[in-house]
Design a protein. Structure first.
Length: 300
């Protein structure tokens, strides 16, 4: 069920529009009265499953006993994993993927507890059993697979650069020599700059939003991480921020799960493979407006 489609933000489905009002108010096309059959569409494109059984999954057994699911997410990445500071509402592509998985296991929104976990702490949270699974711009890598397993991939993006809108000097990672670039502790983004562009000076924080503050204050010259993340910040502040150059890696996002829980891994992979139009609806509702292009990848 591969799909190839470039989204312009025009002609978005009613489902997408409803979801957009939660996370992108003010964005073009975000007004449900703009189109579709306004208000008649279901709020979520998935249904909560009933009478679910999942043989041999310790994670599912724990969820069932608890009567709820604990999901690790990000909270400061617009369009991906975001928490509205005023309402506490969670939104974004990753959050919706997390909800879709929960629904497939029989849990509705009231039964979900979200835990915000920064990049550096993801493996440990899964190893400790603090969360049932993690959905938050989490690249599948061999070194992470030593501690945990991944379902997916469910999205592919690439590492990019974010600079001030008036910056003309930085147009790719080779231009970072002698410049200060900000990224996040424990991310593939930071590691790649250190490994492959050692002439760049790096500074690291726990979150990408902290890097945004640094860039706006003129403390750093650039921010590096996945373009899907950076595009969300540009969308929020196009007067001040812009993407620079082309993506220079392939980041394959997976759902982090406890090592050895192959029953859960297979359940999630089957959900992605057999999900029909749900992936596209989630993508359209959350990521299309930022100009990010995407198609659903085949699972591993
Ligand atoms: N996808 C990259 C990673 O997993 C960067 C984004 C992040 O820190 O979550 O390390």
């Amino acid at each position: 069920m591969r799909k190839s489609r470039i989204i312009t933000g025009i002609g978005i489905s009613a489902i997408a529009l409803l979801a957009l009002t939660a996370c992108n108010s003010g964005a073009p096309g975000a007004d449900p009265s703009d189109g579709g059959d306004g208000g008649t569409a279901a709020e979520q494109p998935w249904e909560v499953a009933t009478d679910v059984t999942l043989e041999g999954s310790p994670t599912f057994d724990a969820m069932t006993e608890r009567g709820g699911v604990v999901i690790g997410v990000k909270n400061d990445q617009p369009n991906l994993g975001f928490e509205d500071a005023t309402t506490g509402d969670r939104s974004g592509f990753d959050v919706d993927v997390a909800r879709w998985i929960a629904a497939s296991l029989g849990f509705d929104e009231e039964q979900i507890e979200y835990v915000t976990i920064p990049s550096a702490n993801r493996e440990q949270a899964l190893v400790n059993g603090d969360i049932d699974y993690y959905v938050g711009t989490y690249s599948i890598t061999d070194s992470r697979k030593e501690q945990i397993d991944f379902a997916g991939p469910y999205f592919i993006t690439g590492q990019g650069l974010l600079v001030a809108a008036d910056n003309e000097d930085i147009n790719g990672p080779d231009d970072l020599a002698g410049k200060v670039v900000c990224s996040v502790t424990g991310s593939t983004s930071l590691q790649r700059i250190r490994d492959e562009y050692p002439d760049a000076e790096t500074t690291e924080f726990e979150t990408y939003s902290a890097c945004i503050e640094q860039l706006k204050n003129g403390q750093v010259d650039a921010i590096t991480t996945d373009e899907a993340i950076l595009a969300g910040y540009v969308q929020q502040d196009p007067e001040e921020l812009k993407l620079a150059g082309e993506p220079f890696s392939e980041e394959r996002y997976g759902v982090g799960i406890a090592k050895g829980d192959t029953a859960l891994q297979e359940h999630i992979n089957t959900l992605f493979t057999d999900g029909g139009d749900i992936w596209q609806a989630i993508f359209d509702a959350n990521l299309a407006e930022s100009g990010i292009e995407g198609e659903q990848p085949a699972v591993d």
